[in-house]
Design a protein around this ligand. Structure first.
Ligand code: C2E
Ligand code: CA
Ligand code: CA
Length: 367
C-alpha cells in the first residue's frame, strides 16, 4: 500500500504525513477552515481512488478519513490521534467518506469500550437474562415465543440488545453469550410449559458469527438434547440476511442440515437487507419475518400495502409461514390478516415478558 501510494500522491498542503499503521496514514495540515479542510481531504481521497494498472489488472482503492481539528495548544499528539481514530471508525461505519471528530463520537466510543469491558464479566456476574415475546395467530392464540436478550449492569444500567450484541460480535464474546442465551431460553421455556402443552415454537436469534462458528451445529444439538425435553416445543433459529453475505453455498448447506436435525429456520428482518429472489428460492426456510419498518407503513401507503401483499403471496407459494413483527395497531393486524399473514408479534398482543408473566400469558391464550 505504502509503496503504491507514495509516488501517486504528493500530499499538497501537508505539513507532514506518515504511515500510521497497516493501511492507515496520518496527514497534518495547517488548513483550519472546515469547508477548506473537507475539500482538501476529498482531493486526497479522489487521488487515492484513481485506478492503478498493474500487469494488465486494474486495482481500485477506496479510503475513508477521520478528521480532527486541534482546538487549543494543549492538545497532545496522542490525544489528536485518538480522536482522529474515533472519527475514522465512525466514517467506516457510515456512507460518508469524511467524518469530523465531535465530542459525541468520543462519548459513543467510550460507551462502546465500557460495554465491551463490562460484558466480559456479565455472564459470570449473572447479569444477562431473557424476555419472551409471544407470537399469536389471528385469534390471539400463542403459537410461538421469541427469546430476546436483556442485560442490566450495575455501572451501565440497562443496555439495549442491539447495542451490546454488536459489541459482543466484534469482541468475540457472542459465542459464549449466544450459547448461554440459547440454553437458558430452552431451559426456562421447558420449565413453564405443561407437559401436555399445545405445539409451540421457541425462536432464538442467532448471530452470523455464532452460526458460522466451528461446532455450532453439534453444540446446538447437544444443548437441545440436554435442555429441551418437551416434544411439543420446536426450536426455531432466527437468522438475518447478513448471513448470506458470507459463503452462500456453505450457509445454505448448514441451514439445510439444521433443518434436517429438526430445527426450524426463520429469516428475520426481511426487507431490510440484500435479499434477492433467486437466493430466497434456494433457502431452506420455514418462516419469514416481515420487518417492523414494513408493518409501520402498511396502513399508511398503498405501495407498502401491495408490497406486503406480494411478499406474503410469494412466501405462501413456497410453503413458508409469514410472521409480522412490530404489530402495534388493530388496523395493521386486520390488513395483514386479509393478506394471509400467519402470525403476529408486537405490542398489540404483548410486549416482551419475563418468564412468570409469559407463563400466565400462555395459560390465558392457548386453548
Ligand atoms: P429483532 O430480532 O428484530 O427483535 C424484535 C425487536 O422489536 C425487539 O427489540 C422487540 O422488543 C421489538 N418489538 C417487538 N414488537 C414491537 C412493537 O410492537 N413495537 C416496537 N416499537 N418494538 C417492538 P429488542 O428486544 O430491543 O431487540 C433488538 C434486537 O436485538 C433484535 O431485533 C435482535 O436483532 C437483537 N437481539 C435480541 N436478543 C438477541 C439474542 O439473544 N441474540 C442475538 N444475536 N440478537 C439478539
Ligand atoms: Ca428476531
Ligand atoms: Ca426482526
Amino acid at each position: 500500500m505504502k509503496c503504491i501510494l507514495t509516488p501517486l500522491i504528493r500530499w499538497p498542503n501537508s505539513l507532514c504525513h506518515y504511515r500510521y499503521s497497516g493501511d492507515e496514514f496520518v496527514v497534518c495540515t495547517s488548513i483550519q477552515d472546515k469547508r477548506d479542510l473537507e475539500s482538501y481531504v476529498n482531493s486526497l481521497l479522489d487521488a487515492i481512488k484513481v485506478p492503478i494498472l498493474l500487469d494488465n489488472y486494474t486495482f481500485r482503492i477506496t479510503a475513508k478519513s477521520g478528521v480532527v481539528v486541534s482546538s487549543n495548544e494543549g492538545d497532545t499528539l496522542d490525544e489528536l490521534k485518538r480522536r482522529a481514530d474515533f472519527a475514522l471508525y465512525e466514517a467506516k461505519g457510515m456512507r460518508s467518506s469524511v467524518v469530523f471528530y465531535e465530542k459525541s463520537i468520543d462519548e459513543k466510543y467510550q460507551r462502546l469500550g465500557q460495554i465491551e469491558y463490562e460484558l466480559k464479566s456479565a455472564l459470570t456476574n449473572n447479569e444477562l437474562y431473557i424476555a419472551y415475546q409471544p407470537q399469536c395467530d389471528f385469534s390471539g392464540q400463542v403459537k410461538g415465543i421469541e427469546a430476546l436478550a436483556r442485560w442490566t449492569n450495575p455501572t451501565l444500567g440497562s443496555v439495549r440488545p442491539d447495542h451490546f450484541i454488536s459489541v459482543a460480535e466484534s469482541s468475540g464474546d457472542i459465542l459464549s453469550i449466544g450459547n448461554f442465551l440459547l440454553q437458558k431460553a430452552m431451559k426456562e421455556v421447558n420449565e413453564i410449559l405443561m407437559p401436555n402443552t399445545l405445539p409451540i415454537s421457541l425462536s432464538i436469534n442467532i448471530s452470523v458469527i455464532q452460526l458460522l462458528s466451528e461446532g455450532f451445529r453439534e453444540q446446538l444439538i447437544s444443548s437441545f438434547q440436554e435442555y429441551n425435553d418437551n416434544p411439543n416445543v420446536t426450536v426455531q433459529l432466527e437468522v438475518t440476511e447478513s448471513v448470506f453475505i458470507e459463503n452462500k453455498t456453505y450457509v445454505i448447506e448448514l441451514l439445510s442440515k439444521l433443518k434436517n436435525d429438526g430445527f426450524l429456520i426463520s429469516l428475520d428482518d426481511f426487507g431490510t437487507g440484500y435479499s434477492s429472489l433467486s437466493l430466497f428460492e434456494k433457502l431452506p426456510l420455514n418462516e419469514l419475518k416481515l420487518d417492523k419498518a414494513f408493518i409501520d407503513r402498511v396502513t399508511e401507503s398503498y405501495r407498502s400495502e401491495q408490497m406486503v401483499h406480494n411478499i406474503i403471496m410469494l412466501a405462501k407459494s413456497m410453503g413458508v409461514k409469514v410472521v409480522a413483527e412490530g404489530v402495534e395497531t388493530k388496523e395493521q393486524k386486520l390488513l395483514l390478516e386479509k393478506y394471509g399473514c400467519d402470525l403476529f408479534q408486537g405490542y398489540l398482543f404483548s410486549k416482551p415478558l419475563d418468564k412468570e408473566s409469559l407463563k400466565q400469558y400462555i395459560e390465558c391464550h392457548s386453548k
